[in-house]
Design a protein around this ligand. Structure first.
Ligand code: GDP
Length: 691
């Protein structure tokens, strides 16, 4: 018969993994009792080892779901924490330590936790049993314990003593049964005493006559009866504690000695049940009965649950099989595919454009600083210096001043750190394209993978950064000394720079427009700009501190006004320069000193083209080659099963999908096991009939 219990316990444990409703479970034996009632001693006597947390403070703070597995063909004994993955633990004092730590990890403020610790113990000396040890009821709340503790323990126990569980109510013989918290709790949920086994501990502490009376109790009759035990290990237990020697025999010897010393009260004819071994047998028997009884209804519930899961799988997920691994593999393939597409559209021309745009900006800054340098007008210092640009078109080309201006500008452009700039621009572009790719992939819902991909990209880019920028810097070095320009390059520069200037012009105009809105209208801006203009020419003498304002304008408004005047002047200059660039004069490369915009644009193009040649080899090709491999490293075979599972479940939709499949599989497994159990049961019946 024992095989049946083992199989049922197995089914029970699989069901625990399915989670879900309480109808989907097979009964267990729930152990309750007051603190110091001897609860731990009873459990340890059954297991044969000291393994429960001990201490004066409340030590059990979480339920311990204990599965005992009888292994008749082996002589090793060990425990396993089902959820911890610590493997088999052969040393029971180490099990005790782990249990103590797990209990202590529950914060004081929380008092108790209903998250069970699952422990299985395999041994040839234990029966097949499934027991749940709960925190002991407390009578008086201790000094350092929160007052709510008592209630919390009681609530936790109430959760577990619900049907169809069997209640093992522990009471000590030296305490009046009427005062037994365990029995009182059990009566509340099992008023007719149908699924409660009474255990009376410390039988040695009361007069045998009195002890026998307790076990015959008529006031709280229990269908499953009372069993009296003496489960404290004899004093020499100290010796046993050291090793892994079995406690059971020592306790049984001690117990037998006690009970057989009082044959009248506890002997054959006395009609009372005593002894730990009697209790063990009773527990096995009762558990098997109870489990058998609930098999039918649990089976029905499982079938119904399976039907629901199957339906959900069909309707919501189209019967599409999915595993965390396949999901990851598919996602990764899709991502690599989109990366491949990206690589086809991002090469030298794209890099050139990016880099040229960046250099155009730098060129504009240089032009502004060296050529378009109308003085910055200050109200307090009216300046009337001639605008150098106005003179430019008519200047003598051999004039040293203009030569120096262009040489200095060219030098500034070639020496601005093109290597670093180019590498940064391209690396940033790649990184942001990768981010965009992630955004459009299934990985978008997976923080872990998103990070892994971003890291993969930046690690390659960072790796290549310094050598690439050095290489680029080296190869543009000649331009720092001499620029050879061809007519064709000049023509292209002249063409291109017109677009650049046009864009800059509209940026200025837009800023000016925005400012109108900002100061409260076109008229207002005009007024303040007029004032600034006059002050600049010296028509108005502005006295005193300008931050308080002047001419009836606030300081803030004046600042805006100056900004607006600056923008207007900048726009005027750009318009003028656009005309110059378009003019015949700038068509001729010989006039480069008159057309710095064209010259600098052509230089920027040369820089960009040269840089791109090397960026392509040093950075882009390297990246295109290494990135998919880096992805495999970070998201492929190097991940553990748990990591893959965790990854897949980051997406709630995938999580549900996987869970439905998992539930379906577990339920099918359980039904399978139940079917074989049913057949086994049938065969046993046949055998007992014929035997
Ligand atoms: P728990 O708090 O309910 O788990 O109780 P314990 O099993 O830790 O026992 C409380 C105290 O009672 C301990 O000092 C045990 O040694 C003692 N004890 C347990 N069972 C017996 C027993 O059958 N007889 C005697 N005399 N003492 C016992």
């Amino acid at each position: 018969m024992m095989v049946l219990t083992k199989k049922m316990i197995e089914i029970r444990n699989i069901l625990a993994r399915v989670g879900q409703s309480s109808t989907l479970t097979l009964p267990s034996i729930v152990v309750i009792g007051s603190q110091s009632s001897g609860k731990s001693s009873v459990l340890e006597a059954i297991v044969g080892h000291e393994f429960l947390p001990k201490g004066s403070n409340m030590v059990t703070r979480r339920p311990i779901e204990l599965t005992l597995i009888n292994t008749p063909d082996s002589d090793v004994e060990y425990g396993e924490f089902v959820d911890l993955g610590l493997g088999k633990i052969h040393d029971f004092s180490s099990i005790q330590r782990t249990l103590t730590e797990l209990n202590q990890a529950v914060p004081d403020a929380q008092c108790v936790s209903d998250d069970p610790i699952r422990l299985s113990i395999s041994s040839p000396n234990v029966p097949d049993l499934s027991l749940i040890d709960l925190p002991g009821y407390i009578q008086v709340v201790g000094q350092n314990q929160p007052p709510i503790l008592k209630q919390k323990i009681s609530e936790l126990c109430d959760k577990y003593i619900q049907p169809p569980n069997v209640i093992l109510a522990i009471s000590a013989a030296d305490v009046d049964l009427a005062n037994s918290t365990a029995l009182r709790a059990s009566r509340r949920v099992d008023p007719r005493g149908e699924r409660t086994i009474g255990v009376v501990t410390k039988m040695d502490l009361v007069d045998p006559m009195r002890g026998a009376e307790i076990l015959n109790d008529k006031q709280y009759p229990l269908r499953l009866g009372y069993v009296g035990v003496v489960s404290r290990a004899p004093t020499m237990a100290g010796l046993f504690k050291k090793g892994n020697t079995n406690l059971t025999s020592a306790i049984t010897k001690n117990e037998n000695a006690f009970f057989s010393a009082h044959p009248l009260e506890f002997g054959q004819g006395s009609d009372v049940l005593v002894g730990t071994s009697t209790l063990r047998k009773k527990l096995m028997h009762v558990l098997e009965q109870t489990m058998s009884a609930s098999l039918q209804s649990t089976g029905d519930a499982i079938r119904q649950e399976l039907e629901e899961a199957t339906y959900e799988f069909k309707v919501q997920y189209n019967d599409r099989p999915l595993s965390a691994e396949s999901y990851l593999a598919e996602s990764l393939d899709a991502f690599k595919h989109s990366f491949k597409e990206f690589t086809e559209g991002f090469g030298r021309p794209q890099m050139h454009e990016l880099l040229k745009n960046e250099l155009d900006q730098r060129m504009l800054d240089l032009l502004a600083a060296r050529y378009w340098n109308k003085p910055i007008y200050d109200l307090a210092v009216p300046i009337a210096e001639p605008n150098s640009l106005v003179d430019l078109p008519t200047a003598d080309p051999t004039n040293l001043y203009w030569r120096r201006q262009l040489d200095a500008s060219t030098s500034a452009l070639t020496k601005l750190g093109v290597g670093r700039l180019a590498t940064t621009v391209v690396a940033n572009a790649i990184q942001s394209r990768i981010d965009a790719l992630i955004g459009h992939s299934t990985f978008v819902n997976h923080p872990f993978a998103r990070q892994a991909i971003t890291d993969a990209a930046s690690s390659i880019l960072n790796d290549r950064f310094y050598s690439t920028s050095d290489q680029v810097e080296n190869c543009i070095k000649p331009f720092k000394f001499e620029i050879d320009m061809e007519e064709r390059e000049w023509a292209l520069g002249r063409d291109h720079v017109q677009g650049v200037l046009k864009k800059e012009l509209s940026a200025c105009e837009k800023a000016l427009k925005d400012m109108e809105a900002h100061v409260g209208g076109r008229r207002k801006l005009k007024e303040v700009m007029n004032f600034v203009d006059k002050a600049r020419k010296g028509d108005i003498i502005v006295e005193g501190e300008s931050h308080v304002g002047a001419g009836g304008f606030s300081a803030a408004l004046l600042a805006k006004g100056r900004e607006a005047v600056f923008l207007r002047d900048r726009a005027d200059i750009i318009k003028m320069r656009m005309m110059a660039v378009k003019s015949k004069q700038c068509a001729n490369m010989q006039n480069k000193y008159h057309c710095p915009e064209v010259f600098l644009d052509a230089v920027a193009s040369k820089l960009a083209s040269t840089a791109v040649l090397f960026l392509n080899v040093e950075l882009l090709s390297e990246f295109y080659y290494n990135f998919p491999r880096e992805l495999d490293m970070r998201l492929g075979r190097h991940l553990s099963d748990e990591q893959v599972e965790k990854f897949a479940k980051e997406d709630p939709k995938i999580k549900r999908h996987l869970e439905v499949i998992k539930r379906k599989e577990l339920l099918e497994l359980v039904l399978d096991k139940m079917e074989s159990l049913r057949q086994l049961e049938g065969r046993e019946k046949e055998r007992s009939k014929s035997g």
